[in-house]
Each structure stands twice: as C-alpha cells, then as structure tokens.
Design a protein around this ligand. Structure first.
Ligand SMILES: Cc1ncc(COP(=O)(O)O)c(C=O)c1O
Length: 478
C-alpha cells in the first residue's frame, strides 16, 4: 500500500467509536495474521534457569519464558499498517521523509511544535535533563520513574515527589492516583525558591504508582500553578493515551470527548514531552523529545547530534520513525485503547476475585501484585517483590518484574537502600500480543502461588551494579 494511503487509513481510525461501546463485552479490534510460537519448559528447567539468572527475571533468556509480562516496552505487536510503513523507510542520513511524517503526527496528536527524535525515552530524558537542570536544582514530579530520576540526578538535580499521598497506598481506591498535591508544590517553592525549580516533571498514567492516571482537572490546576510561577511542565507522555482512556471513563464531563481529543488536551496543558514510543505507539524501538519553546528546541537539536544522531533521525532508522508516526495514530483509536486497558482490567479482576492483593484501582498497562501483603513474612530488606517475581517464573514460566526496593536503588546522599512504600511485582501486558486465555493461565498461576505463599523465603543481593541496579543485580536464596 502506498505510504500516503497507509496514512489515510490510519487517519480514519482515530474516532472509530462504534456500537461495541454499548456492549459490556469487548474484543480485540484486530485479527491475527501471523503467530510466534511459544516454548513450554519444565519446572526443573525453570529452577535451573532462574538460578543461572541470579533470581533476576531481567537476566533470563527469553527462550526460557512462556508468557512474557516483563514489560510493555517495545514488546507490542505492530499492525500491518506499521509494517507496511516500515517498508517505506527513507534511510537518508539527513532529512528523511519519515522524520517529517513523524513531526506531522506529533503536531497532530500531541500538538507540540518542535520534534527531536531519540533512540528511546531515556535518550530524551538525558537531553532535557542536561539542558534544563543545574547542580542543586529540584525537580518535582508525580512519583519518580527509574530512568527519569537517574538522568535528573546525573545532571545535578534532585527529584521531589509531589504525587498525592493516596498513590503510595496500594489499597486506596482514589480514581486519579496520578494527581499532584498542589500543597506539596507550594511547600517546595517556599523552601527552595523558584530559581531552583527548572521544571515540573509530570507523567500521565504513572508507571511506578501502578499505571495510575492524572485527571484533567488536576493537570489544569498544575498548569495554573506553573503559569503563575513561570515554571514549565515537561510531560512524560509515554502512556498518555491510556491515561486519556481513564479520563474518558471516569472524569465527569469527559464521556463525550474522544480519546484523541483528551490526549490533545493533556498535552496542551504542558510545554513539552519526553516520549518512549515503545509503549503507547507500539513500536519495538524509538522515542522523542518534543517542545514548544524555540530556544529549548535549538539547544536540544544541538545536543542530540552529540548523543543520539542527526536531528532528523536521532538514533532511529527512517523505517522506525514511520512506524512511530503510524503508531501514534493507532494509539488514540478508541477500540484499540479500550481493548488494551480492559484486557489489563480482566486479569486484575480475576486476581481480585480470588483475594490476591494487588494495587487498586487496577492500572492501565499492568497488574501490580502487592508483595508486602502477598509475602508479609518476608521483610523488605530481603526483597519480597524480587523473590515473588522469581517464584512466579518457576511456578509457570511467566516473567514479571520487581518494582520495589531493588528498583528504588540507593539514596545518593546516604548510600542506603531507598525503602519505597510500594513493594510491587509488575505483570505488564504488551499491547495486541496475548489473548484472554493467556490472562486466564496467568491468573491461575498467581492464585496457586498465593495459596502456597508461606513456603516462599527471601533473597540476599550478591551483585549490585552502580546504576539502575534492578536490570543486572544478582541474588541468592537466604
Ligand atoms: C513512564 C516511563 N518513562 C520513561 C521510560 C523510559 O523509556 P525507555 O525505556 O524507552 O528508555 C519508561 C520505560 O519504561 C517509562 O515507563
């Protein structure tokens, strides 16, 4: 299909709300054309594999995994339109036509004026942090994200959590746990002064809180605050479409807006974004920084050539940029986003029905097991979420990820472990990859593990890398 046609079809998708909206049941708005076969393993094989991986699911070989819920990052299934777009990659070093398509898509769906492509989200975080943060600055945000905070720290800044308290309580039913507590912003401003706050770091569908949304109403208040004090907002837009779906479902006055409209409204309340296109936009690799300020753009465009690549590809191939451009359009399609989020709800609902402790309300991209309540007999310094993820793998070949004390890392000042209130195991659902039956198998395995939880013992860390230790740390049973 010629590229122009691909893009026309894509444009037709974005408001395809249909009668299925009125039905309680939903189905995937696609059919499967090609499949990837899965390998089943025996328990003995898995016991050996997890031992060799140092009880860290990041160190398992993918061939040893049956259902891979490690992450939704770069693991989604691209559409036939995205694949056909890839065949239209213009791999010119400079001025690739796919860059201009991507720029057009970012302007259309997110509204930001200037685009700087990067190889993935952290490339954009690196650039924005290096440009905007000076030593001794403070960057308030609605809960930290691992790579985001590390880049802020490496640039000399310190992250300050200003999310509502409810976000730290896995049982609290607040429907917008991604909201910012404005009084926390006021307190920080009073303490350090506005010169020391280069920007507000605001995420939509806050990952570390359990995929929890921020409301439009709250973001509007944050915007008022930002304008009043002249402090810009940099938006982590990685899962903005998922956040928009929750707003449509839950926020009064938003039911009749399309997800695409809400995405645009959210972005319009901010000054720029960092984006990992590996999530909402469903590509295997890619990301970008997008801003409205021409001076900031100029600096970012200059810096990207040092660390990523020329400013019209920034670490992506032309074909990748095309797939992102098409994926952005697909990400705001109502039927798509509904099926995506409702599949996560389906898995979470099954676990709740069986009494398994999970973060509530269920988030947009993952179900988070609450390891503190799942394994109350394992103290946090014996890494309950880490061992729970390892045990789930042994139980059923299902790979998940620790989001607790290991991910939180060490305090750069004191050198001690940070002990986050949330000690979680993330079962992250890639988009358009697994079926309802995979969710059933996953729920069954988690429930079985929960019934036998008393036999699970803690771990000790035997190797700890300096940065982002959760990726490569190794453990042994105590
Ligand atoms: C909320 C959020 N921000 C930033 C990133 C970093 O993006 P990337 O993995 O593409 O570098 C991620 C990735 O998991 C994320 O979930």
């Amino acid at each position: 299909m010629p590229l122009e046609q691909v893009r026309i079809v894509q444009d037709g998708l974005e408001n395809s709300m249909s009668n299925t909206e009125k039905r309680k049941s939903w189905a995937e708005p696609f059919k499967i054309k090609m499949v990837e076969l899965l390998r089943m393993t025996t328990r003995d094989e898995r016991v050996k594999a997890i031992k060799e991986a140092g009880y860290n699911t990041f160190l398992l070989k993918s061939d040893d995994v049956y259902i891979d819920l490690l992450t939704d990052s770069g693991t989604s299934a691209m559409s036939d339109r995205q694949w056909s777009g890839m065949m239209m990659g213009d791999e010119a070093y400079a001025g690739s036509r796919n860059f201009y398509h991507l720029e057009e898509a970012v302007r259309k769906y997110y509204g930001y004026k200037y685009l700087v492509p990067t190889h993935q989200g952290r490339g954009a975080e690196h650039i924005i942090s290096r440009i905007m943060i000076k030593k001794g600055d403070f960057i308030p945000g609605n809960m930290y994200f691992t790579t985001t905070r590390l880049h802020q720290e490496l640039a000399g800044g310190g992250f300050v959590d200003v999310i509502v308290d409810e976000a730290h309580d896995p049982t609290n039913q607040h429907t917008f746990k991604g909201n910012v507590d404005i009084s926390k912003l006021d307190r920080l401003l009073e303490k350090v002064g506005k010169e020391k706050i280069p920007y507000l770091s605001i995420a939509t569908a806050v990952n570390m809180a359990g995929g929890q949304p921020i409301s439009l109403e709250n973001l509007k208040k944050v915007r008022e605050w930002s304008l009043k004090h002249g402090i810009p907002i940099i938006h982590d837009a990685t899962r903005v479409a998922e956040n928009a779906y929750f707003i449509k479902k839950r926020e009064s006055g938003c039911q009749d807006k399309s997800v695409a409209q809400i995405v645009r409204e959210l972005c319009d309340l901010t000054d720029g974004c960092t984006m990992s296109a590996k999530k909402d936009a469903m590509v295997n690799i890619g990301g970008f920084l997008a801003v409205n300020d021409p001076d900031l753009f100029d600096q970012a465009r200059n810096m990207v050539v040092i660390y990523e690549g020329l400013h019209t590809y920034g670490g992506m191939a032309g074909r990748d940029m095309e797939a992102v451009a098409i994926g952005l359009g697909e990400s705001v399609d109502h039927e798509h986003i509904r099926a995506r989020v409702e599949q996560v709800m389906y898995l979470g609902g099954k676990l709740l029905d069986a009494g398994v402790p999970i973060v509530e309300p269920i988030g947009s991209h993952a179900v988070f097991l609450d390891a503190k309540r799942f394994l109350p007999h394992v103290p946090q310094n014996e890494f309950p979420a880490q061992v729970l993820a390892a045990e789930l793998y042994v139980e059923a070949g299902i790979r998940s990820m620790e989001r607790g004390v290991v991910s939180a890392g060490r305090d750069p000042e004191t050198g001690d472990h940070r002990y986050p209130k949330l000690e979680l195991v993330r079962l992250t659902i890639p988009r358009r990859v697994y079926t309802q039956a995979h969710m059933d198998v996953t729920a069954e395995a988690v429930i079985e593990l929960y019934e036998n939880r008393d036999r699970i013992k803690g771990l000790k860390m035997v190797y700890e890398p300096k940065y982002l230790r959760f990726f490569q740390a190794r453990f042994e049973p105590i």
